[in-house]
Design a protein around this ligand. Sequence first.
Ligand code: NAP
Length: 496
Amino acid sequence: MAGNGVFAEILDGEVFKYYADGEWKKSSSGKSVAIINPTTRKTQYKVQACSQEEVNKVMDSAKSAQKLWAKTPLWKRAELLHKAAAILKEHKAPIAESLVKEIAKPAKDAVTEVVRSGDLVSYCAEEGVRILGEGKFLVSDSFPGNERTKYCLTSKIPLGVILAIPPFNYPVNLAVSKIAPALIAGNSIVLKPPTQGAVSALHMVHCFHLAGFPKGLINCVTGKGSEIGDFLTMHPGVNCISFTGGDTGIAISKKAGMIPLQMELGGKDACIVLEDADLDLVAGNIIKGGFSYSGQRCTAVKVVLVMESVADALVEKVKAKVAKLSVGAPENDCDITPVVSESSANFIEGLVMDAKEKGATFCQEYKREGNLIWPLLLDNVRPDMRIAWEEPFGPVLPLIRINSIEEGIHHCNASNFGLQGCVFTKDINKAIMIGDAMETGTVQINSAPARGPDHFPFQGIKDSGIGSQGITNSINMMTKIKTTVINLPSPSYTMG
Ligand code: NAP
């Protein structure tokens, strides 16, 4: 159970503590933030509302701890990460239970998220040992006008304190995808978990604590993003921000100082379906891509663009599969579970009502109870409807009928997002040409968009992000190149 056994020390009465300087602490603010269970709509947990003074102290200890950590041999850093990964997997049950209670993640998916996170931490340790153990050696005479009088050595050095801010939908996985690369590269971490998802994240942090990382190296401050977010992101002690979430990331990138930013933001992933596509394959991927975790995934299929000639057949196949989706509580491992909050459910409903007023065809009856919204496919969506462009982050999927490939590509590229997209066709040449024309960070051919496997590069263009994630890219992004130039008194050529 959450907050029990080895996790007992992270709980004080009914409020979970925050983690700073290697210890679990109560905030001096005396205030707490409630986490509402999306299913019961009642307070499930409480976390500390950390103060600005506490953030200042955390930044100081993160800075001091980082200086020592940067001098810790790479193999030792990797060893500790492997240990944390094993502890995380060992304690998957209570962490998964928190994911079920605070973000209504279906029970099996919650366990998968924790196990995948352990694997990510281990992979990161191994990749770090490989790529950080290598540098470059350059000689000066390759540039015109130079003799071989200079040897240049390059290596990768840490940035310092990394501020990690993940979103609610993968509070464990998207936290470790920032923490592990930061640590292997010799940085320290200040984690600000999403409020919905904070308790799962605190349990995950405790696994790193149990692994024995030095004091102050990993810190986790809780509180509402709207209250402490700006103070954190504009803090002079932060040397890099790795953020995943919605439009908040755009605001942060305008306010942050001259530091590297890694931003993974929203998406409106288009699924282009050509006349020759295998429609059973498409329908299966639309269900998996559009409705897993009730559509609350950055890479969910968020608009289907299907050629008119096969649209009727595809809609029938998708409808048949939607009818089989189970709807209910995450504890029962239902396919469709309540969305994260009442405001999110209201937002989704607003998109549905707008589409209704403007004449979309409802393939199922719209049904909502509290935060639970039944899966809905909207056919005959047109570009004047909000749902054609906005990200519902819920189990509602618009379908637009197109008459040419160009029309599909145009719709995809007219979006302000550019995360992923997918194209279904048996013609690989067409798939590649369409994929190249789509203005997105990734294109999947004959499969729904997806963030994993976690070592693949993952990036968005336009409002979908800055930089690239994926284990290797994140390690590189959280380092800086340092060069040392050896100047010789006279030219020297090997074997010369
Ligand atoms: P969000 O509202 O942007 O919140 C993300 C994080 O930012 C949370 O930890 C939040 O804390 C924090 N935050 C809020 N205001 C802040 C501020 N002023 N300064 C600093 N941090 C602040 O996003 P969400 O609702 O959790 O997640 C859904 C969004 O994430 C969707 O748009 C989805 O597409 C996107 N997403 C993108 C990816 C990707 O890799 N591209 C992956 C997953 C999700 P609080 O919870 O305390 O407010």
